[in-house]
Design a protein around this ligand. Structure first.
Ligand code: FMN
Length: 302
């Protein structure tokens, strides 16, 4: 019996641990057997190549990380021509993260990605600017998330994960829009917004000023969002935000997560996802439980 077995909407996974988009690369295969991951999630791919934002674009704070990488990636055509093949020989299910500036562009990308049979699903990054809506992020508008998801869900039978931005007033309404649009699962959270300034000189630590904030500090924020979304939705949740060890994973499972992404914490220890898989396995075995025994079963709340 595999106690770690889990499922998102359409895929069964050997274990619930995957890697957060943009925080993992195939070079990790030099450190551990990446087939042991529950799934592999790529860095977000966009319609055209992006060279990323000017440096400095990463800064470590007391308890988290600021990044302003700017979705640096080779663009979909280059990705499909060269990079995607590198994932072909790995048995861990491949989930491709992608993003665009209009709904049509998202759809065009999905049509291209559908041609690759070993891509098992998609993580749709809706934190990027929508040029048809004054450059505001797709993910802040429930109606747009619904329209985007509806369009994409008609184009694929594969796992369709909508990755939500936490920079909204009501994450539940956005998550519901994704569910109603036909998403098979939702992922949360992407980075919060943050900033750091050198107190001696007043200089911004990040060239672009405002950056995405991730790591330890964001865990309580992510946890309450996962909890609220689980209460309101029927589709499964891929949770992330500040996970550092198997105990953090258990908190997210109690809040309602079916699967978990390890992100920023890998920068301290690239082998952390494997350690967490082993620790979770030991915990479940010692307590004679599996994920479904505890999923969403947080208690002590009035
Ligand atoms: C350096 C860096 C790059 C990231 N790039 C992406 C990206 O390309 N696409 C995406 O959806 N999220 C990206 N993220 C967000 C992570 O996937 C994740 O949602 C977020 O960092 C929260 O998890 P964590 O606190 O465990 O890192 C990035 C995060 C970091 C730190």
């Amino acid at each position: 019996m595999n106690r770690l077995a889990t499922k998102l909407g359409k895929i069964n996974f050997n274990n619930p641990i995957t890697v957060a988009s943009g925080t993992f690369g195939l070079e990790c295969a030099n450190f551990y057997n990446i087939n042991k991951l529950g799934a592999i999630v790529t860095k977000t791919i966009t319609p055209e190549e992006k060279i990323g934002n000017p440096t400095p674009r990463i800064y470590e704070t007391e308890c988290g990380l600021l990044n302003s990488i700017g979705l640096q990636n080779p663009g979909i055509d280059e990705f499909l021509k060269y990079h995607v093949k590198e994932y072909k020989n790995f048995s861990a299910p491949l989930l491709v993260s992608f993003s665009a500036s209009t709904i049509d562009e998202f759809a065009e990308m999905l049509i291209k990605l559908e041609k690759i049979d070993y891509i098992k699903g998609y993580e749709v990054n809706v934190s990027c600017p929508n040029v048809e809506n004054e450059g505001l992020a797709f993910g802040i508008d429930a109606k747009i998330v619904y329209e985007l998801t509806k369009r994409l869900s008609k184009l694929t039978e594969k796992e369709l994960i909508i990755k939500l931005s936490p920079n909204v007033t009501d994450i539940v309404s956005i998550a519901k829009a994704a569910e109603e649009g036909g998403a098979s699962s939702v992922a949360l959270i992407n980075t919060l917004l943050g900033m750091a300034i050198d107190w001696k000189t007043g200089k911004s630590m990040i060239k672009r000023g405002v950056a995405g904030y991730s790591g330890t500090a964001v865990k309580p924020v992510a946890l309450q969002m996962v909890y609220k979304v689980y209460q309101a939705l029927s589709i499964p949740i891929l949770a992330m935000g500040g996970i550092q060890n198997y105990k953090d994973c258990l908190e997210f499972i109690y809040a309602g997560a079916s699967m978990l992404s390890i992100g920023t914490a890998q920068f301290c220890d690239p082998c952390l996802p494997i350690k967490i898989i082993n620790d979770l396995h030991n915990h479940f075995t010692q307590n004679n439980i599996n994920i479904s025994d505890i999923k969403g079963k947080v208690w002590g709340i009035d």
